[in-house]
Ligand binder design. Structure first.
Ligand code: SAH
Length: 283
């Protein structure tokens, strides 16, 4: 991979000493970095990165010190407050600090909290959005997060609360009635409770569900299942986090839009999975 590709002409911002840029790294594939992320990686003195950031992405910052600040459900990890204060310290030492987080820094990544701590300590910040796994990861699996024939809204929901438990505070009845498609982050640990709550709230047992693990990386795996069978199917397939779980009819679109399978020579399973009986663009 070439790490010295010139960026197109543009007034690229300079990462100044004493600043922290809080940047999304996308879901995994380095090609899903933004140009602002590449610009930041090239200038940083230090990159503090999460467990979900692929090692290949750090190769874009060979000049920088790389500090792992992993946070993964259930595994020992640096405390959130310690990470935020470390960022403050590095900035005060006059470093050009790049805080690199998986996906988008403001989507279930505690980026908002980190940015808040930095601002509270008078450290100047820039936010660089990234492609969130719940959108880009599903796209790599051939699942459009919205489709005119399927949904007019989508709900992004976390399967964990701050203590790592199923969010008791979440109103699963409202969530299940609120939109046709649910995209669940961090849902693997509590998938039994989550699927049971959705069924109890009226979502059909037969509702299609996709589980996409390590999306957009070479290890990406996709399981197509239903709300009623998801628990045993995940176990049978031996699927492990990180996973995005998508609940809704949009999962059926993978039958026509599994572009990675098609690139590998598979034929589309069904050109009209929703049974509309018309070319998609004719209406
Ligand atoms: N800020 C991130 C989400 C952080 S929370 C984003 O915008 O994507 C961590 C959760 O994100 C994981 O538990 C998983 O649910 C999801 N996730 C992140 N990267 C993923 C990937 N490559 N494949 C599948 N799920 C992923």
């Amino acid at each position: 991979m070439t790490h010295n590709v010139p960026l197109p002409a543009h007034a690229w911002p300079t990462l100044e000493a004493g600043w922290v840029w809080l940047c999304g790294a996308g879901p995994g594939d380095p090609g899903l970095l933004t140009l602002h992320a590449v610009n930041a990686l090239r200038q940083a003195d230090v990159v503090i990165y999460d467990a979900l950031v692929q090692e290949a992405i750090l190769e874009w910052a060979p000049q920088a010190e790389h500090i792992f600040a992993g946070k993964r459900g259930g595994k020992p990890s640096a405390k959130q407050r310690d990470i935020s204060l470390r960022l403050v310290d590095l900035a005060r030492e006059g470093k050009k600090v790049l805080r690199l987080k998986g996906g988008d820094p403001f989507v279930f990544g505690r980026g908002g909290e980190e940015a808040q701590t930095l601002v509270q300590h008078g450290v100047p910040v820039r936010i660089i959005p990234g492609i969130s796994a719940g959108i880009g990861g599903l796209a790599y699996a051939g699942i459009p997060v919205t489709h005119r024939d399927v949904n007019q809204s989508v709900t992004f929901v976390t399967g964990h609360d701050q203590s790592g438990n199923t969010p008791g505070s979440l109103d699963w009845v409202s969530i299940s009635k609120g939109s046709q498609v649910l995209v669940i982050y961090m849902g693997m640990k509590h998938i039994a409770q989550i699927s049971a709550k959705l069924i109890a709230a009226g979502r059909p047992m037969s509702e299609p569900v996709a589980v996409v693990t390590t999306a957009t990386t070479r290890d990406q795996r996709v399981l197509e299942t239903t709300l009623g069978t998801i628990v045993e199917d995940i176990a049978a397939a031996g699927m492990e986090p990180p996973a995005i779980i998508c609940v809704g009819q949009s999962v059926l679109m993978r039958q026509v839009l599994d572009w990675q399978g098609q690139a590998a020579g598979e034929a589309p399973r069904n050109l009209d999975p929703l049974g509309r009986g018309r070319p998609a663009e004719s209406a």
